[in-house]
Design a protein around this ligand. Sequence first.
Ligand code: FES
Length: 217
Amino acid sequence: MCNLQHFLHITVKTFPRMRHFIDYLLTKCYTMIGYMQLSDNSNHDYYRGKEMTCKCNSTIETVDLSSVNEILDNHLSENSNLITILQDVQESYGYLPRMALSRVSEVTGVKEAKVYGVATFYSQFRMAPVGKYLIMLCQGTACHVNGSGAIELALKEVLGVQEGETTSDGLFTYINVACLGCCSLAPVMMINDQTHAKLTRDKVSSIIKKIRQEEAQ
Ligand code: FES
């Protein structure tokens, strides 16, 4: 991994509140590497999807762009706005792959910096793949005073990951979020579309264990 990338990854771990800004910088880093490869190879297909590898040989990302092409075809005929397009791209890929964002910019004519700006500004958008189950633990005021701190510790313990990380089996990604809109049920978390209310440490543990058992069958 490039020294700059490595530095930014360390920084985001140390200062989680700077995640969006650092993610934007990482995006710039990846884009610069893409341009470096372009100038070396003079082959635009190389940049467009087959493979993108940094000079230090770390893979950036490789995704099949057929879904994003289809999404763009549908939206361009409907004059959709950028946010709607990005929502559909995320629904298809589970996150916003950098190559997909480049294709969105290329086809819509919206500058790549603006596409990244929108993608990194709104918390609904994810710039990295997540596990099959996205756990969103509310850290809003009502949940905080009702013990979300203890729930966070229980989650970290049962999952074996820190906030923002994905379990090694790819099943769970755990993130903290602001108010989920059901404060009277605090403390609350959502796993994908399902809300789990009035959480306790034991309840959290049994919810995760149950999902693991179902996945093992
Ligand atoms: S503060 Fe947690 S749901 Fe509102």
